[in-house]
Write a protein that binds this ligand. Sequence first.
Ligand SMILES: C[S@@+](CC[C@H](N)C(=O)[O-])C[C@H]1O[C@@H](n2cnc3c(N)ncnc32)[C@H](O)[C@@H]1O
Length: 389
Amino acid sequence: MKTSAHEQFAHAMLPETTVDEFSRQEFVKSFKLHLANKVSPNNRVVYERQVRPAFEKEHGRPPKNRHEIRKVMNRDDHYKTWSSLLRTSQEMMWTSCQVPVARQLDALIDTAKTANGAGGTLTLNPDVAMPRYLTAVDIHCQPGSYHAEVAKDDVAAGAVYDRGVYLYAMGRIGPANDDIGASQVAYIQHAYPDLAPKRILDLGCAAGHSTAPYKQAYPDAEIFAVDVAAPMVRYAHARAESLGVPIHFSQQNAESMDFEDGSFDLIVSHILIHETSTTAFRNIMKECHRLLAPAGLAVHSETPPYKNMDDYDAFILDWDAYNNNEPFWGKSHEIEPREAAVESGFDPDKTFETMAPSAFEAAQAKRSNVFQGGDFGGGGLWYLYGFQK
Ligand SMILES: C[S@@+](CC[C@H](N)C(=O)[O-])C[C@H]1O[C@@H](n2cnc3c(N)ncnc32)[C@H](O)[C@@H]1O
């Protein structure tokens, strides 16, 4: 007997699940929710009541940053148990998504190959090289990262990611996994009411979750999206066609794209930057400057930066850097947008950074109000920074 994932918004590319497969995925989601809501908060209690006082007794001062906190917490049994269980939940999550995808991969590939109707396009480029920052590790423990292909015209990485993200965020980024895009576009419309973009580009679109809200917000605009991994753009294109949203997807490295200078009015990215590198970040910012038309806007979103954050919160949000194969996570949370503006040719005085409320938050009364490792849907706020040309 088959059932579809009734909480996540179904479309032609969302893998179907048997009852057992669905139960397994639901278990992973509940397990993650339990760890986030019931176990993680006690890490702070342990820190405040035992670990920090012991550190102060030994050193005559409190820990001075998130790294010192990590080193002492790494020896604490409660923290070690939570951390180990969270890592286990991550590995269980990917396996629970891979099994149904493997079972129906041929059908998913066929559906993707015939996807049409919305008016979007798909352009692949087999000459695009995968950057080392995506191949050196299985990023966020996703087996094969975004790029691995086991079949011709493979879409497995996209299908696994689509369902995996829903479980990872514990449903907190909405039935279409589109909260980051929806929140960002809501902010842009609020802060730049006169912006009427004709051409919009989304960088590192993955399954296209965050891209679609731009078509809804700017129905007259042409929407383009790039991702360096072929299985992701194949999947994203088929998903968008199934949802009736016309988007032009292409396989490109956002560090060096084939679009003409000045060809976009709005360039966006959502949780792309933390998966790149210092050099790639600089290259991507320069590409944004090159591709924007005069007065065009570039906006990027991530989880909150560590500056102005309590050291303990920064330590716990930093969990992914050390335990979830996210090597650039820590450094990306220390990016200074004004410095990036100067390096890439933007006017630092036309740079902004803000915390934008989640568009989906209102419907999610049960959300936690803290960001924590393995919980990017938890805070109810996204960190946005951007540049106007
Ligand atoms: C976390 S996912 C992005 C999620 C997506 N933006 C969303 O909001 O649903 C990161 C994606 O960025 C892609 N990526 C990483 N580096 C890239 C680069 N240099 N150029 C293009 N895509 C890149 C990866 O292949 C992956 O699909």
